[in-house]
Design a protein around this ligand. Sequence first.
Ligand code: ZN
Ligand code: ZN
Length: 395
Amino acid sequence: MVINRIKTIARQIKQETIESRRHLHAHPELSFQEHQTVAFVEKKLRAFGINQLEKKAETGLVALVEGKNPGKKTVALRADMDALPIIEQNEVPYKSQNHGVMHACGHDVHTASLLGAAKILHEIRDEFEGTVKLIFQPGEELIPGGASLMIKDKALENPKPSGIIGQHVMPMIPVGKVGFRKGMYMASADELYITVKGKGGHGAMPETLVDPVLIASHMIVALQQVVSRNASPKIPSVLSFGRVEALGATNIIPNEVKIQGTFRTLNEDWRAKAHQHMLQIAHGIVEGMGGQLDFEIRKGYPFLKNADALTEKAQQAAIDYLGEDNVLDLDIWMAAEDFAYYTQEIDGCFYRLGTRNESKGITSGVHTPTFDIDEEALEIGSGLMAFIAVNELKN
Ligand SMILES: [Zn+2]
Ligand SMILES: [Zn+2]
């Protein structure tokens, strides 16, 4: 049975997969600068005997593993390769050697797992029909997102996959388990940059001023009605302001106030309408109170929807591979992921790989200087990816 074959190979190559992850972890590169990383990926793939490779979007790479009858169907597996501008605080042998840059979102794990899956798939290529397309993408952490550039560079063409599978570490889920959710899963994320301009001066003479601090305060409160009154209760929405900068003093009213925030939701139509509501309300308040407004909405990733049939099939494959107790149903997650761009083009399934191990003290969240994983997750990460692909290629 192919499932047992995959499990056996995943176990045999476990140490190699761990070493790949440690190499990547020790040599992290920032978004769109993944030159050494993609060179490492290419070297490994060629050593496995996978030579149908194509560089995409400068630091991305697409590779094909062809089974029997390769034209029958194609399914894609995706890994992201970039790291974050964080100073690593873990004292481990594979600690980042690139000071100030760290694989704190587990993209080293995703890349090493996909390399492992590639090796497994290449070894069992006589046991499946169709083609597996491996997508190693740059720049997940930075707008416009490596996924959008890979799509522009035709990563989803020739051959066009019927579906794409992505895997992401999840430090809330214990190692040995994975999580799935079909339908709406992750949010769109837009950055808000607002400047409220008034006329500053002495705090004791309000009659001579247009106070941008008071105007900005009203505007922030009024904008909350976009979520509480304009949004449908059936569509999750978040509007948060995390930075308000008014550089006055007790008796000094500044000329302007700068504000930054984020708007997230799970519906593209509503997202566009919400942008209009925000602009309308903010302009109304600010100009009504005599100030001037500069409101920039920097659009980030779209919302992520997991295709029902593809996700059900992948989840069932995970149950077959790991047992029912080890496959969880996930809740909506208001973070954003550029994998969402692929799901706008073709069916997608983005699932979570458990990496937590409290007994080893591995509990830190992603994007923190102490993030790490239980490396036992890599055997599952590589084997399950390969099995989901082979299972999806069947019939
Ligand atoms: Zn991240
Ligand atoms: Zn990530």
